[in-house]
Design a protein around this ligand. Structure first.
Ligand code: GLY
Ligand code: MN
Ligand code: MN
Length: 436
């Protein structure tokens, strides 16, 4: 299940429609990074580059030139080379690129220094992602300076430089129906992975053994991970970015799993928290039900016209009221909200945009105000409570409990759709699932 060529074409057109007159956009592919000796990190294309091209090779540069008579979409890519392809894998090559990738022209990447300055001639504005790769910034200025030096009297060199990211990220923020379908599929696979982990958990396993169950489901479905899986048992659940996953899971522990697959470069991001032995203790259950109530209240606020922060406010209100009622926070609800005393136990926001990147692109404020939600946006809703194991200011029964519940929510015309609803989260359903 891949996105079709038409989808990529439509994206390029939409971007070109929003570019200024007489401009050019230039995007390099992500570099290959070394892990050690002859081993490289698995290659993952740059999201912007892939979003526009559907092309997953390194050593490539994508160029868009709205209005260019001889073709608006130009690609520089690696040439076919039998020897290299034996070692490193197949390449599309410039000859086949127009047919395979839908570009109007394709050239060998090794010829870019000769060809690109000619494309810049007479264009007044360059769109690019400046400041990410010093090498690319330098190469770009080198091309511009070459026109200035050699062609001063004949043509003008570009003299305006604009951040491509803003235009492109606004576009990526609103997902097409095909993107939502892909994210829903990623959500289903991730839901299956969490379900499998809950079915397999038992005291005595190592955290990494549950990570293995997640990876099995991801890879079996043709996906990989969107971010390193967090499997934290007991006190480890209170470490927000815990990824070592080396501890033994003890009887009586809660296990927090925050894991999501990446399918065709689209992320999912799900957290479930469950008792290793299949039964919540009373304090665990009390806090679990509170976080779940906060999550429902926040999801309820996801609808067009509400602003970005309304789900967070709703979650904070439910959590804070619960903490006051339980005596974990002193004073009234209003005081606790005003002083943000809840942030001792809930120290992150309730969510983030989700898309090709797990923390996806797109501004959260527009003109200083929280952004309004629109159909096609996808965000996570992930309230949590984390009571530090050494927090002796709270009753002992609460210490070392870490809970987060996270789903992926798409904004629809009429409200929202939970893309990750297929994995249970009611405490009774979780207990039933674990007990088999
Ligand atoms: N898994 C990263 C996050 O929840 O934001
Ligand atoms: Mn997460
Ligand atoms: Mn998240």
């Amino acid at each position: 299940m891949k996105l079709d060529a038409q989808e990529f074409k439509q994206r390029r057109q939409q971007l070109m429609d929003s570019m200024a007159d007489n401009s050019i956009a230039i995007l390099p592919a992500a570099p290959i990074t070394s892990r050690n000796s002859d081993v490289e990190h698995p290659y993952r294309p740059d999201s912007n580059f892939y979003y526009l091209s559907g092309f997953d090779e390194a050593n490539a540069v994508l160029v868009l030139m709205p209005g260019r008579e001889h073709g608006e979409y130009i690609l520089f890519c690696q040439e076919k080379n039998v020897e290299h392809e034996i070692w490193e894998g197949r390449r599309v090559g410039p000859d086949a690129a127009p047919e395979v990738l839908g570009c109007d022209d394709a050239f060998p990447i090794n010829d870019i220094d000769d060809i690109l300055p000619g494309l810049l001639e007479g264009r007044s504005r360059i769109y690019a992602s400046f400041g990410i790769s010093p090498e690319f910034d330098q190469q770009l200025m080198h091309w511009v300076n070459r026109i200035k030096r050699h062609m001063r009297s004949v043509v003008s060199a570009p003299h305006e430089f604009s951040a491509l990211d803003h235009l492109l990220h606004e576009q990526r923020l609103i997902k097409s129906p095909a993107e939502i379908d892909m994210m829903a599929r990623a959500g289903e696979i991730t839901a299956q992975a969490h379900t499998r982990a809950m079915q397999r958990v038992k005291p005595g396993l190592h955290e990494y053994q549950l990570e293995a169950e997640l990876m099995h489901t991801f890879m079996d479905a043709g996906a990989g991970w969107a971010y390193p899986s967090i499997v934290g048992a007991g006190d480890n659940a209170c470490i927000l970015h815990y990824t070592s996953n080396r501890s033994v899971i003890a009887d009586g522990d809660l296990v927090l799993i925050d894991a999501g697959c990446e399918l065709e470069y689209y992320a999912s991001d799900v957290t479930r928290t469950f008792p290793a032995n299949g039964r919540f203790t009373a304090p665990q259950r009390t806090l679990y039900d509170l976080v779940l109530a906060a999550q429902y209240a926040a999801i309820e606020q996801v609808k067009p016209g509400n602003d970005w922060n309304q789900p967070h406010d709703a979650a904070v209100k439910v959590l804070t009221q619960g903490l006051v009622d339980l005596g974990l926070l002193s004073g009234t609800l209003e005081q606790a909200l005003e002083e943000q005393s809840y942030s001792r136990f809930f120290m992150h926001k309730t969510g983030h945009w989700l898309g090709m990147d797990v923390h996806d692109v797109g501004d959260y404020r527009v003109d200083g105000e929280w952004r309004l939600l629109e159909p096609g946006m996808v965000l996570t809703i992930e309230p949590g409570l984390y009571i530090a194991p050494d927090d002796d200011s709270v009753d002992e029964q609460w210490r070392g409990i870490g809970i987060r519940i996270e789903d992926d929510i798409a904004v629809t015309d009429s409200g929202h759709r939970n893309l990750t609803a297929a994995v249970v989260k009611e405490a009774d359903d979780i207990e039933r699932l674990i007990q088999g």
